[in-house]
Ligand binder design. Structure first.
Ligand code: PGA
Length: 252
């Protein structure tokens, strides 16, 4: 089965409104017509509307970086799935390592968000990945397996087809230390095997697994050429139109 590559930019907590607008305009001009690879950008909550308008009519979809699992009410500072849909989001990043390790999100909390996102018609980009000390002590597979198992608890086969998993080794995020294509491929293959056991081989074959962690134009092709790497979740390099475009071109 050939999976269409999916490359998403995670802008994190960066860019003013005018900078975000400028980047969105540049991306619309450079890669807005690309159809061979699925594309998304994920700006901060306050810039979703602005960026959404600027990429309207292009092939670039809009995604958010987080959401809450309740519908509405007294949850100060949170944003619901329906609000994200309403502002034009197709995707939502959930379980990003910065939310796990800086904000303290647990597998169980992330699972509630995944279920809510699915029920509201959003497509989660569900992130997993081990810490450096976990890799060094040989726990990578066990850690990632648990994150996938708990994070996708209760997700039906029908819904699982709309999930993208992003494998992002925490030691590779924003550090310039990319996992080698072989290191990444090994974990991606394990995740796919896990999905095959949980659902079935056909569905596991259809679910996209992105790699994330210091992806840049110079290393993208090698990573994207691995059999089980189906795209990239790009942080730092997604803030520069030329770099993000270079990564997308590597996938064409
Ligand atoms: P990075 O971030 O590309 O800056 O390493 C990736 C991510 O956190 O999604």
């Amino acid at each position: 089965m050939s999976r269409k590559l999916f490359i998403a930019g995670n802008w994190k907590m960066n860019l003013s409104r005018s900078e975000a607008g400028e980047l969105a305009r540049a991306l619309a001009a450079k890669i807005g017509h690309v159809e061979a690879v699925d594309l998304a950008v994920c700006p901060t909550m306050v810039q979703l509307a602005t960026v959404g308008e600027l990429i309207q009519g292009t092939q670039i979809a809009l995604g958010a970086q987080n959401m809450f699992y309740e519908d509405n009410g007294a949850f100060t500072g949170e944003t619901s799935a329906a609000m994200l849909r309403d502002v034009g989001c197709r995707y939502v990043i959930l379980g990003h390592s910065e939310r796990r390790h800086v904000i303290g999100e647990t597998d169980e909390l992330i699972n509630r968000k995944v279920l809510k996102a699915m029920s509201e018609g959003l497509e989660p980009i569900f992130c997993v990945g081990e810490l450096l000390e976990q890799r060094e002590s040989g726990e990578t597979m066990e850690v990632v397996r648990r994150q996938v198992e708990v994070g996708l608890e209760g997700v039906s086969a029908g819904d699982a087809a709309r999930v993208t998993i992003a494998y992002e080794p925490v030691w590779a995020i924003g550090t310039g230390h990319t996992a080698t294509p072989q290191q990444a491929q090994e974990v991606h293959a394990m995740i796919r095997e896990l999905l095959a056991g949980r659902y079935d081989a056909e569905l596991a074959d259809a679910i996209r697994i992105q790699y994330g962690g210091s992806v840049k134009p110079s290393n993208a092709a090698e990573l994207l050429n691995q059999p089980d790497i189906d795209g990239a979740l790009v942080g730092g390099a997604s803030l520069k139109a030329d770099d993000f475009t270079g990564i997308v071109q590597a996938g064409l």
